[in-house]
Write a protein that binds this ligand. Structure first.
Ligand code: FES
Length: 354
């Protein structure tokens, strides 16, 4: 009898209508809910208290890890005279570990809380039309109140407060790190990117060997990674990496007739040899790939391509401007030297340099 009743109900719901309704022959039957099984924390008050302790301990572990990340930022400074490789390594490692443990502990604590302490009773939610009527609003408020009661969010103050503390503490390492994005050392960023170690008469040497390069040694189609000679003599403590990040250059030789040089830059190359900043003008990756056949330099990060024959103009990709060119010539011994520094800031475009 019950079966007959069900069949009629299904037919009523799925009866084809003259509109866009779709007839379903075999509607999915409701399998019903499995019997509810109580957890050990529902039955055993001791286990419940243990779970509460575990949860708030995890949240406080997160607080400690966040504080550790800030402490590591101060213990291993990476500015000025403290910018040693050891400090940079420790700074990155311990800040990273602190943030990772802080987030992990919040995550594990939240999962443990929901799995072992919040109500896991199954609920059936019947579908109904969504209307903002008064009874619906009252029901929603009631649902929130019930959820609050069952999750213990309002009642379990120790857990709730420790979670708030962990969440607030977890953003502090981020604030300290963001501070480094705007160093308040009085240096003008445009000027910093404009000034490299390239200057008139500076020899071009191989990176990292520091061997000077003779124009006669640069064969057609070859590409060399080049730094200024005075940079090769710097130590890490003297800012080797910072200077190299700005001054690194790619040297390429083509047949002189393949270069389409503007009148102004005709003297910036030497017998088909041209030098361009290796720092991509998109977001600063090293433009390290040279394609001999097309004479294109390719940035592997987002595939910007620059045409070496036409002053490294952008021929593809998101970079907004050409790679800055280093004017070069040779000295009395035939070694390649810079005629001057770059005429514009190297690296990514920014608000003052499009
Ligand atoms: S950094 Fe070179 S294309 Fe994005």
């Amino acid at each position: 009898m019950a079966h007959e009743h069900d069949t009629q109900a299904v037919e009523r719901v799925y009866r084809p209508s003259p509109g866009l309704a779709v007839a379903v022959d075999d509607p999915v039957q409701n399998p019903g809910l499995p019997p509810h099984r109580e957890r050990v924390t529902d039955k055993d008050p001791q286990a419940n208290r243990r779970a509460v302790r575990t949860v708030y301990t995890l949240f406080y572990v997160s607080v400690a890890a966040s504080i550790w990340a800030v402490a590591a930022y101060m213990l291993f400074p990476i500015e000025g005279e403290y910018a040693t490789m050891g400090n940079i390594r420790n700074n990155n490692l311990f800040i990273g570990l602190g943030i990772a443990f802080a987030l992990l502990a919040i995550g594990i604590g939240a999962i443990h809380w929901s799995k072992s302490l919040m109500s896991d009773k199954e609920h059936v939610e019947a579908r109904h039309s969504t209307r903002g009527s008064e009874p619906t609003r009252a029901a929603v408020i009631q649902a929130f109140a019930t959820a609050n009661e069952e999750s213990g969010f309002g009642r379990r103050k120790m857990i709730r407060n420790s979670l708030f503390a962990a969440l607030v503490a977890s953003v502090i390492p981020g604030i300290t790190l963001f501070r480094n994005l705007a160093p308040n050392d009085g240096n003008d960023p445009v000027q910093l990117l404009n000034e490299t170690m390239w200057a008139k008469g500076e020899r071009l040497v191989l990176d990292p060997e520091g061997t000077p390069v003779k124009a006669a040694d640069v064969t057609i189609g070859s590409a060399f990674h080049i730094i200024p000679e005075s940079l090769a003599g710097l130590s890490h403590d003297e800012g080797y990496l910072e200077e190299k990040a700005k001054a690194i250059v790619l040297l390429v030789r083509l047949l002189p007739e393949q270069l389409k040089e503007t009148e102004e830059r005709k003297t910036w190359s030497y017998d088909g040899i041209v030098a361009y900043s290796k720092v991509c003008t998109h977001v600063g990756c090293p433009v390290a790939l040279y394609e001999q056949q097309t004479h294109h330099l390719l940035c592997p990060c987002h595939q910007s391509q620059f045409d070496v024959t036409e002053h490294a103009k952008v021929v593809f990709g998101p970079a907004a401007r050409p790679l800055p060119q280093l004017p070069i010539t040779v000295d009395a011994e035939g070694y390649l030297v810079a005629k001057d520094g770059f005429s514009e800031p190297v690296g990514p475009s920014f608000w003052e340099r499009h």
